[in-house]
Design a binder for this molecule. Structure first.
Ligand code: GTP
Ligand code: MG
Length: 434
């Protein structure tokens, strides 16, 4: 009997439950998965968005119980700048590649209209890098350093008043791209009753502005209860400190004030423990998964659609990648041909235009030349005439000069002969007297 085709098998398939006669061993699959993941290591990327000096670095140090390199940001940044730093952490035999990205200079510019943009661009760039890796022919997703942001801790200034428009705009722009957990920073600076009202106000503002924040998942029975309780506590009001203070006979992380001590890990003082539980101990994997299945998926879908890929044709029939590629290729070649033709036409027109311009120039030059030639001839004629006149004048002058010279010489001769005659006459008269 011929074997049914793959599609046929799926359609006609009826699942039958069979019991096993003995131990086969596939119950070790979850352990295999765990062991593989442990060997591979994990990556987790946190984006901290909040005003300069709001307590981002202190909270990160407190959360991971270590001292990450910190560098105070200045309040004079021209624009918001994203600064990622990656650390290799190890707890038991689990390796975690942790990237903390700081939005440096957030909220410091006079015009804050575009403050969200570098943050959005950074998140998109990480998605794009992952997509490019996925689209490569030789992919190496296995050891690819995934830099996609898994969670955005949005630090709210503890004004006790309401959210700023910068907060609302930024969270609205980010909510479809990243899991946002809003937190009220420096919660020790606000009284308990004010904090309660502030939390309610923040949540109602987020809802009325349609900002989707990350909800701890309640579909997994094991964590459904704690997660739904914690969802009601959002936004977490946290206090950070790396300072250790002696309370009773124990050293605890706290902030010490003249009037008392605020203990970071005391749940009646702040929500730090709740944040750590939710972020690291209970939902880290869900945050990673949501990033991949929701946010990255959305980015990938939009990007591929933008590139012209679709799953179905206009008749709602499945459209294969090959067909999309062929159609796109044809479209591209057609477009290219059109462009080529346009360019050729443009070139021909340009040549014609230049040719007629050159001809016009040549004609103008010729006219100019003829004109100059005429002027030159006229000038030459005038000069010639002048020369002739001058020559005539010179001849006349020479003639006159000659005549004058002749006259002069004649008169000279005449005057030189006269005294001689007088002498002779004198001599003659004297002789006759004697
Ligand atoms: P930049 O990176 O320079 O933007 O600052 P940051 O947001 O990383 O703040 P950072 O952690 O450097 O803290 C700034 C100041 O706030 C320090 O003096 C901290 O001690 C103080 N600080 C941090 N967390 C808290 C807190 O929970 N409560 C109070 N009252 N002060 C805090
Ligand atoms: Mg800092």
């Amino acid at each position: 009997m011929p074997l049914p085709g793959r599609g046929q098998l799926c359609k006609n398939e009826e699942k039958r439950n069979l019991s096993l006669g003995g131990h086969v061993g596939f119950d070790s699959l979850p352990d295999q998965l765990v062991s593989k993941s442990v060997t591979q290591g994990f990556s987790f990327n946190i984006l901290c968005v909040g005003e300069t000096g709001i307590g981002k670095s202190t909270l990160m140090n407190t959360l991971f119980n270590t001292t990450f390199e910190t560098e105070e940001a200045s309040h004079y940044e021209n624009a918001v700048r994203l600064r990622p730093r990656t650390y290799d952490l190890q707890e038991s035999n689990v390796h975690l590649k942790l990237t903390i990205v700081d939005a440096v200079g957030f909220g410091d510019q006079i015009n804050k209209d575009e403050s969200y943009r570098p943050v959005v661009d950074y998140i998109d760039t990480q998605f794009e890098n992952y997509l490019q890796e996925e689209l490569k022919i030789r992919r190496s997703l296995f050891n690819y350093h995934d830099t996609r942001i898994h969670v955005c801790l949005y630090f709210i200034t503890p004004t006790g008043h309401s959210l700023k428009s910068l907060d609302l705009v930024t969270m609205k722009k980010l909510d479809s791209k990243v899991n946002i957990i809003p937190i009220i920073a420096k919660a020790d600076t606000i009284s308990k009753s004010e904090l309660h009202k502030f939390k309610i106000k923040i949540m109602s503002e987020l809802v009325s502005n349609g900002v989707q924040i990350y909800q701890f998942p309640t579909d997994d029975e094991a964590v459904a209860e704690i997660n739904s309780v914690m969802n009601a506590h959002l936004p977490f009001a946290v206090v950070g400190s790396t300072e250790e203070v002696k309370v009773g006979n124990k050293l605890v992380r706290a902030r010490q004030y003249p009037w008392g001590v605020v203990q970071v890990e005391n749940e009646s003082h702040c929500d730090f423990v709740k944040l750590r539980e939710m972020l690291i101990r209970v939902n880290m994997e869900d945050l990673r998964e949501q990033t991949h299945t929701r946010h990255y998926e959305l980015y990938r879908r939009c990007k591929l659609e933008e590139m012209g890929f679709k799953d179905t044709d206009p008749d709602s029939q499945p459209f294969s990648l090959q067909e999309t590629y062929e159609t796109k290729r044809k479209e591209f070649l057609g477009e290219l041909q059109k462009k080529e033709e346009e360019m050729r036409q443009m070139f021909v027109n340009k040549v014609k235009e230049t040719e007629s311009e050159l001809k016009e120039k040549e004609r103008e030059l010729h006219e100019k030349f003829e004109h100059l030639k005429r002027i030159h001839q006229e000038e030459k004629r005038k000069v010639e005439e002048k020369r002739r006149e001058l020559e005539e004048e010179m001849n006349a002058f020479n003639r006159r000069k000659l005549a004058v010279e002749t006259l002069q010489s004649q008169s000279l001769q005449a005057t030189s002969q006269q005294p001689l005659k007088k002498d002779k006459d004198k001599k003659k008269s004297r002789a006759s007297w004697w």
